[in-house]
Write a new protein. Structure first.
Length: 348
């Protein structure tokens, strides 16, 4: 039916519905490969369905987490290297979720931009699917928001939402006691926290994103965009083996702020900074900004992306489990009866 008018369209206002539909079709194969037991519906509906019994749970408790990528996106956008930020988005959510003792089940993303570039959006979402596949987590839905006038040309923002489950009574932290051993799992770099400071330090250095990286091969921008490490399957294997009392994802606030979040009131930790080698990226950041060690420790992960708090008599066995799962494990300290985190040795 037509009335003969040829007036202003939604596309004239800057919103291209056809581009959005094309994006959905392009990412369907990526989402499909993340399918797992429990998934009941694919992309395109008004909501996504998930069957907890189909996933193998009898008396489940749901756990939810949400996060973003922060100003690391600025580097990705400015360099055009957007493929890894989807993995970052998933990691920041599911690494938090597993700290509760939960298995990630499904993930939804929110991609917002001023004008939709189908190729850029697809590369980002294909990265999200990759992160989900590595975590055993299904990408079952999301939202692509094209909002003219809200974002400068070429800019976009991301948010992620992960839902997991555990059987009732298996939540973490649980049973943390004085004398428990702290196993540090190596990070893959800066991960996705502290990037406002990273960007400031790069500015101080006078280097551009395309400059040769001072500590490794390739460009500075590419090195700083190394995706956040996913710890999900490895951590769950350790939990299943028995003896894990807590997990702490080392994000914003570093070791100083994140470890106390999983310790009972009145308890603290001692950490030996000489127990692992500070990765070169953090040495460069510290030297560039003449940073104090304390500032480094409360801003960045400093090479430890996850801490596993374990019973002392299980430390050796769980180290083996984690190493077999691909982790680099360092015995970095222990739980004490004194609140706060005390450091010994030198990091720098």
């Amino acid at each position: 039916m037509t009335d003969g008018k040829n007036g202003i369209t939604y596309a004239d206002a800057g919103v291209d519905i056809d581009a959005g539909n094309a994006l959905v079709e392009r990412i369907k194969p990526a989402a499909k490969r993340t399918a797992r037991p429990g998934v009941m519906s694919g992309l395109g509906g008004f909501g996504a369905l998930f069957d907890l019994k189909g996933a193998g749970y009898s008396d489940p408790v749901l756990v939810a987490a949400t996060d973003g990528v922060g100003t690391k996106l600025r580097i990705a956008i400015d360099t055009g290297h957007v493929d890894g930020v989807g993995i970052d988005l998933v990691a920041m959510c599911v690494n938090d979720l597993v700290c509760q003792g939960a298995e990630p089940l499904f993930f939804l993303d929110y991609f917002a931009t001023g004008k939709l570039d189908t190729d850029t959006a697809a590369r980002v979402i294909e990265g999200i699917a990759e992160g989900c596949a590595r975590s055993g987590c299904a990408l079952i839905g999301g939202e692509t928001a094209e909002m003219p006038g809200m974002y400068p040309a070429g800019d976009f923002d991301l948010a992620g939402f992960a839902v997991g489950a555990m059987e009732r009574g298996s939540d973490l932290p649980a049973g943390v006691a004085e004398g428990d051993v702290l196993l540090g799992l190596a990070s893959d770099g800066v991960h996705s926290n502290g990037y406002s400071l990273v960007r400031k330090l790069v500015e101080v250095s006078g280097l551009g994103w395309d400059a040769d990286c001072p500590w490794t091969e390739g460009s500075l921008g590419a090195a700083l965009l190394t995706p956040t490490r996913l710890y999900v399957t490895q951590a769950l294997a350790a939990v299943k083996a028995g003896g894990v009392h807590a997990l702490a994802h080392i994000t914003g606030g570093g070791l100083t702020e994140n470890l106390p979040r999983v310790l009972p009131e009145g308890m603290g930790a001692e950490i030996d900074l000489a127990a692992w080698d500070l990765p070169p990226v953090f040495k460069w950041l510290a030297q560039t900004g003449d940073m104090a060690e304390a500032e480094l420790l409360k801003t960045f992960n400093c090479g430890i992306g996850m801490i596993v708090v374990v019973a002392e008599d299980r430390a050796e066995a769980l180290t083996a489990v984690l190493e077999e799962a691909g982790e680099t494990v360092s015995r970095i300290g222990s739980v004490t009866g004194t609140p706060g985190v005390a450091y010994s040795g030198n990091l720098l």
